[in-house]
Design a protein around this ligand. Structure first.
Ligand SMILES: Nc1ncnc2c1ncn2[C@@H]1O[C@H](COP(=O)(O)OP(=O)(O)O)[C@@H](O)[C@H]1O
Ligand SMILES: [Mg+2]
Length: 190
């Protein structure tokens, strides 16, 4: 990332600071630069803030609401790290989408040897079962999006930015507010 780009991302974190009033925005550090998002962490390594640039071409706000809903559901069932907030901000003509989560201490599954992967397979299956039951669709599940704790006892799925909710499965479980929002998302799509 260039220093100019970093400055733009820091402006987003500064905006986030104004909203939450409890973080020292300048001390958040870049932790990981993935293909789609930049992940920043706070100095105490308690929180992760993923910042993505959203295309303005494809109905970004409804897409954003879907990502918000899928993260809320996944967090509620302990599938992903605890979700604190989801927000977006327009800087110039660039729309930034931000997901504030618990920082989960772990390594990506794809960095672990095969014998360890086999050992934690039941944990992965449990999370997938839970997602299927609750209509949570990840759409980009691979080793790089599965974090494993150092004792291999806990796992979390991350990166639900391609995810969606299957309303037929989860209507009863979702908060009414999100059902309403999601219904309008589906109405627009169909
Ligand atoms: N909540 C989190 N806790 C700890 N590390 C995280 C968290 N979210 C993301 N990361 C780190 O950032 C990397 C990229 O995040 P990810 O959401 O997969 O972005 P991308 O869309 O770019 O693939 C992950 O591989 C992981 O190392
Ligand atoms: Mg990823």
């Amino acid at each position: 990332m260039t220093t100019d780009e970093l400055k733009e991302y820091k402006k987003v974190i500064k905006y986030f600071h104004h909203r939450t009033k409890n973080v020292d925005w300048n001390s958040w550090n870049l932790f990981d630069e993935g293909l789609e998002g930049k992940v920043f962490i706070d100095p105490k390594r308690k929180k992760a803030l993923k910042i993505m640039i959203v295309s303005l071409d494809d109905d970004p706000i409804t897409r954003f609401e879907m990502i918000e809903a899928v993260n809320i559901s996944a967090s509620k069932f302990g599938i992903c790290p605890k979700l604190y907030s989801v927000f977006y901000t327009l800087k110039g003509n660039v729309l930034f989408q931000c997901i504030e989560q618990e920082f989960f201490k772990g390594v990506s599954l794809d960095t672990l040897p095969k014998n360890i992967t086999l050992k934690i397979m039941p944990l992965i299956n449990d999370k997938i079962d839970c997602m299927i039951k609750n209509g949570i669709i990840h759409n980009d599940l691979h080793g790089g999006n599965i974090l494993v704790s150092s004792d291999y006892k806990k796992i979390k799925f991350i990166d639900f930015s391609h995810g969606c909710i299957d309303l037929n499965c989860s209507k009863e479980l979702l908060h009414k507010y999100y059902v309403r929002k999601l219904s309008s998302f589906y109405a627009k799509r169909n």
